[in-house]
Write a protein that binds this ligand. Structure first.
Ligand code: NAP
Length: 301
């Protein structure tokens, strides 16, 4: 019997684990893949207060080691269901069931696909959702990045260091990501902005060979020859295993406010998986702290 089970070993989940074990609680973290969450794929993090610059992987590794050294446990398991059994919560995985007093959902979000024909079959054959993981495969080749948020901007900056040419394709002419990063990209000789543009077709044989894009204003189309396409058009939540009993909004995010409380007593939601307007590393860590302390308070009451 655990005091707190945390689902997800990203920034929110591991931050919650640190706060839980430091409050003297027996804490288990369940993660379906490996620790770190989305930040693992960020080449450089420069906006986490108190750390001038760090790679996402190093940040996640530090966080993981900190939580484990403090006494949190972790198991690799995919959660398929959560149910209430009196005051206990039962967390069901593909392998077994765990009982606990409080649950913190910190399941993050997964990459949003473009939804184009052949996209799934071309993953690893020209389509990637992670520039830091796969960028080196495209050394000296032309690639495209799709998106206008910080992930796309960071990916594009990273890839200009490897690739012959980088096309940054975005559906609008202004960026959601940081202004400083956009300005830095304007200085790159091997980067071309392709704005007000959507990708409408993936052209491939065994591998991706080109993309067809369409300007949203003029409706003109253009074929761009690329060896790789890095899709960075945001995330989608993956919370269906928790509902019911936990309520989700229409987009699938767990309905919870800044207190991280869900509609179910003793079940909390932290980080990118919950309804919120700002999804940053700092807000994920903050949510982890809030949710863990709320779980401790719930257990005490
Ligand atoms: P995001 O900020 O949600 O941006 C997604 C981008 O993709 C937007 O520009 C959006 O266009 C575009 N988009 C969405 N759906 C699309 C579609 N179907 N077709 C074409 N384009 C589409 O996602 P993100 O960049 O992955 O960032 C997620 C969160 O993590 C953000 O809060 C971001 O600031 C944060 N982040 C932080 C760091 C860091 O702190 N170092 C690094 C990476 C990410 P519109 O702008 O037109 O909506």
């Amino acid at each position: 019997m655990y005091d707190i089970i945390i689902i997800g070993a990203g920034t929110a989940g591991l931050s919650a684990a640190i706060y839980g074990v430091r409050a003297g609680k027996k804490v288990l973290v369940l993660e379906s893949a490996s620790y770190g969450g989305q930040i693992v794929t960020s080449p450089e993090v420069e906006n986490y207060p108190g750390i001038k610059k760090i790679s996402g992987f190093e940040f996640a590794t530090n966080l993981y080691e900190q939580a484990m050294e403090l006494g949190a446990e972790i198991e690799i398991a995919r959660v398929t269901q959560i149910r209430k059994d009196g005051v206990q919560k039962i967390v069901v995985t593909e392998e077994k069931e765990y009982a606990c007093r409080a649950v913190i959902l910190a399941s993050g979000a997964k990459n949003r696909p473009l939804g184009l024909a052949k996209e799934q079959e071309l993953i690893g054959k020209g389509i990637s959702y992670c520039a830091t993981c796969d960028g080196a495969f495209y050394k000296g080749k032309p690639v495209a990045v799709n998106g206008g948020g910080n992930t796309a901007l960071e990916d594009a900056a990273f890839l200009t260091g490897y690739c012959e040419k980088v096309y940054l394709i975005h559906r609008r002419d202004s960026f959601r990501g940081e202004h400083k990063q956009v300005e830095a990209l304007r200085q790159k000789a091997n980067l071309e902005f392709v704005l007000d543009t959507n990708i409408v077709k993936l052209i491939a044989d065994e591998r991706l060979k080109a993309i067809e894009v369409q300007n949203t204003k003029t409706k003109e189309t253009r074929v761009i020859e690329v060896s790789g396409l890095f899709v960075a058009i945001g995330q989608m939540p993956e919370n269906s295993a928790f509902s019911p009993p936990v309520q989700l909004d229409q987009a699938g995010y767990i309905i919870a406010g800044e207190d991280c409380k869900t509609n179910v007593d003793g079940i909390f939601a932290a980080g990118d998986c919950r309804t919120k307007t700002v999804r940053q590393l700092a807000t994920a860590a903050a949510d982890g702290a809030v949710a863990a302390l709320a779980a401790c308070e719930y257990i005490r009451a």
